[in-house]
Design a protein around this ligand. Structure first.
Ligand code: NAP
Length: 232
């Protein structure tokens, strides 16, 4: 399967690295390949420039958002939440048409400083905004409720814990659930919350996630829903 991962941050790198390790063809998308490759400073979160990461992952290519969307049969959104719609516009409606979009982004709003708030929130979500703006995409929101390392290595957290999926297309959710299984998520750990409006619920876990991160002093934790019996 050919995967397009939109986003050069730690989430994009982590997902792209895992997909490549599983034998998929993977390319990462960015606004401007030349500009991104010319970066020499760590990003806002202290991650080394992506050129260093690409040198260690030679099977993963860096392309423009439009070229990567053309390349990918399935698309993963790991861009900054406030910029995801812009990134998808740059990817190009025609290049995305009919594809599954796995949306991992969170609509964090840093305009009033730390900790960030959410925008949209309560009566809307980024997952819904993307689905409304790009009705030709099959959007599945997932993996946004945990640290990047856990997404592809759930065994970092001991004991049972859960990952959520939200989306309107049953077939797309089944596809994504199988991908999650290939990442190491036991079948029973995947909870299908329902249609894309349920992304409000997982995006609104971020305020508590961020406080837990502060209180625990590390990010190797996740939510476990005691009493959950359902797989997606
Ligand atoms: P990030 O720094 O939030 O996002 C980086 C990406 O956003 C880059 O590819 C960048 O493009 C793109 N971007 C920024 N401004 C843009 C604009 N104006 N137009 C188009 N694209 C723009 O990366 P991250 O920390 O890996 O997080 C990715 C997403 O996952 C976020 O939505 C975050 O909330 C969510 N998330 C993160 C974690 C985590 O563990 N960090 C966990 C769960 C969910 P360029 O490549 O061109 O610079």
């Amino acid at each position: 399967m050919r995967y397009a991962v939109l986003g050069t941050g730690i989430v994009g790198r982590t997902i792209a690295g895992k997909l490549a390790a599983l034998g998929h063809e993977v390319a990462i998308g960015t606004r401007d390949v030349e500009v991104t490759l010319a970066r020499t400073e760590p990003d806002a979160y202290g991650n080394p420039p992506i050129a260093q990461w690409l040198a260690q992952h030679t099977q993963v290519r860096l392309l423009s958002f439009a070229d990567v969307a053309t390349f990918g049969e399935t698309v993963v959104n790991t861009t900054e939440g406030a910029a995801s719609l812009q990134a998808l516009e740059a990817a190009g409606r025609d290049n995305l048409a009919g594809k599954i979009l796995i949306d991992i982004a969170n609509p964090l709003d840093f305009s009033a400083g730390m900790p960030p708030s959410l925008n949209p929130v309560n009566t809307d979500s980024l997952g819904e905004q993307i689905q409304r703006t790009f009705p030709e995409l099959k959007v599945v929101k997932t993996l946004n409720t945990m640290n990047a390392a856990i997404m592809v290595e759930p065994s970092r957290v001991t004991g049972e814990h859960n990952v959520f999926v939200s989306g309107n297309d049953t077939g797309a959710k089944k596809f994504v659930s199988e991908l999650l299984t290939s990442f190491g998520w036991p079948e029973g750990s995947v909870i299908d919350l329902g249609d894309i409006t349920t992304a409000r619920g997982t995006e609104m876990l971020l305020p508590i996630w961020l406080r837990l991160w502060g209180a625990l002093g590390h990010a190797d934790f996740n939510f476990h829903i005691q009493g959950a019996r359902t797989g997606a």
